[in-house]
Design a protein around this ligand. Structure first.
Ligand SMILES: *Cc1c(COP(=O)(O)O)cnc(C)c1O
Ligand code: SF4
Length: 423
């Protein structure tokens, strides 16, 4: 299948766009100036139900929606466009709004490790056992999620190029830190890169024969957005061979697949892609944030986890989304997230209950909402670190005062103590 991307400039070429009203098309033009917008022919032709497009979760996942901007911001941008303002004025307003929505676009910048006094860009090491690696050729995606705010950093990458020198640094860092068992390729989407590029990283890592490295993980949205990556792209076979070289070397290969909705599992090509990946000996683990309008539906989660298990995948995480520009549109309060998780979790068998959540990837670590309960007459959230910078705290329950509209850890206050265990 030939890949065709559509962006703000070209989306009107999508034949199915005629299913939208002129107002809806204008909404996309307005909101698309601010939020990420890139979709492709696979998503458009196979995942979106254009007959009921207003309610379609994948449409809302990929096409900007009016409600994603506040009325005030929407109107300001709409006015500029209606008045045929210059590109410069539009860009200026767009940058202003983006900054307001996401004042810290380089949120990944902390936990950058140092090797022999030199900062290692493109690497993040927060938790003992797992190191993240952001290969430069993997800093974009086959389509963009409207909730994602990582994408601005894809587009103006500060020019750094990873070459063999960077792989050497990465290997040297792994050598000096034998507590690291897992190396996670992330992005953007590392599976956007050519098989030859990925092969050069993997060959070097395998040749280094690091005894402490047990698992290579790949965080990717390709199964959802472009499953042809593993079926009939020009270098699909080569890519699958690289996967096989990892498992042949005795390492675990874990594909961390992002599926936001069960509809992403409905095509023949995704089933074929899953099968091809599994045949390399890789294990596919699945994860997704929970968000309003997209997947705030317990029955859908239960069905999705079951289907994933039927297809040989392992449900891994349900996240609570924070870093999203369209926070008001997507945000779900902690109590609702927990209720949806519980309701879904309680209707699947143990083989699906490998999933953990709902979890917030916060500064101190991954905090799970274990539940809401009453202790000594006080209603509280029971929280638990699934992952923590300070490993001593993992698995120790702690408490926060109940708050019905809390969206994030920052909104909570400690209960039965004057600070949280990590403070
Ligand atoms: C989630 C995450 C990891 C991996 O954690 P696991 O619990 O091992 O899956 C590693 N680094 C960062 C920064 C993370 O957010
Ligand atoms: S696939 Fe991941 S990195 Fe890419 S736009 Fe979606 S959430 Fe962001």
């Amino acid at each position: 299948m030939k890949y065709r991307a559509y962006t703000l400039k070209t989306f009107k070429d999508i034949p199915q766009i005629s299913k939208l009203t002129p107002e809806e098309i204008f909404d996309i033009e307005v909101v698309g100036e601010v939020l990420p917008f890139k979709v492709n022919n696979y998503v458009v032709d196979n995942l979106i139900d254009w007959e009921d497009v207003k309610n379609d979760p994948i449409f809302k996942l990929t096409f900007p929606q009016k409600g994603m901007l506040s009325e005030e911001r929407y109107n300001a941008m709409a006015d500029l466009i209606r008045n045929k303002a210059s590109r410069e004025d539009i860009r200026e307003l767009s940058n202003k709004i983006r900054l307001e929505l996401n004042p810290n676009p380089a949120g990944q910048a902390h936990n950058v490790p140092v090797l022999n006094g030199e900062k290692l860009d493109g690497i993040q090491h927060k938790y003992n056992e797992t190191m993240l690696f952001f290969p430069s050729q993997g800093q974009t995606c086959h389509a963009f999620c409207t909730f994602c705010f990582r994408w601005p950093q894809f587009t103006n990458l500060d020019g750094h190029k990873f070459g063999m020198k960077e792989v050497e640094h990465l290997i040297e860092y792994l050598r000096q830190n034998p507590q690291i068992t897992d190396l996670l390729f992330t992005g953007g989407d590392p599976m956007v890169m050519k098989a030859t590029s990925f092969k050069s990283y993997i060959d070097a890592i395998l040749a280094a024969d690091l005894k402490s490295l047990k698992t290579i993980r790949i965080g990717t949205k390709t199964l959802g957005y472009w499953p042809y990556r593993y079926t009939n792209d020009a270098d699909s076979k080569e890519l699958l061979d690289v996967f096989k070289s990892i498992t042949d070397a005795g390492l675990n290969l874990s594909v961390m697949a992002h599926f936001n909705h069960i509809n992403e599992l409905k095509t023949d090509v995704v089933l074929e892609a899953i099968k091809n990946i599994r045949e390399t000996g890789a294990i596919i683990r699945t994860q997704s944030p929970i968000m309003k309008h997209l997947n705030d539906d317990a029955d859908m989660w239960a069905k999705m986890w079951r289907k994933q298990v039927d297809l040989g995948m392992v449900p891994y995480y349900m996240f609570i989304a924070r870093e999203t520009g369209a926070q008001e549109y997507f945000a779900i309060d902690l109590e609702s997230a927990w209720q949806i998780f519980r309701k879904a979790y309680s209707q699947v068998s143990g083989v699906c209950r490998t999933v953990r959540g709902p979890s917030m990837s916060a500064t101190p670590g991954k905090v799970q909402i274990s539940g809401i309960t009453e202790i000594n007459g006080e209603k509280v959230f029971v929280l638990n670190f699934i992952q923590c910078k300070n490993a001593e705290l993992v698995g120790k329950p702690f408490f926060a005062k109940y708050k019905s509209d809390a969206l994030w850890l920052d909104d909570l206050e400690p209960a039965f103590a004057d600070k949280f265990i990590y403070q």
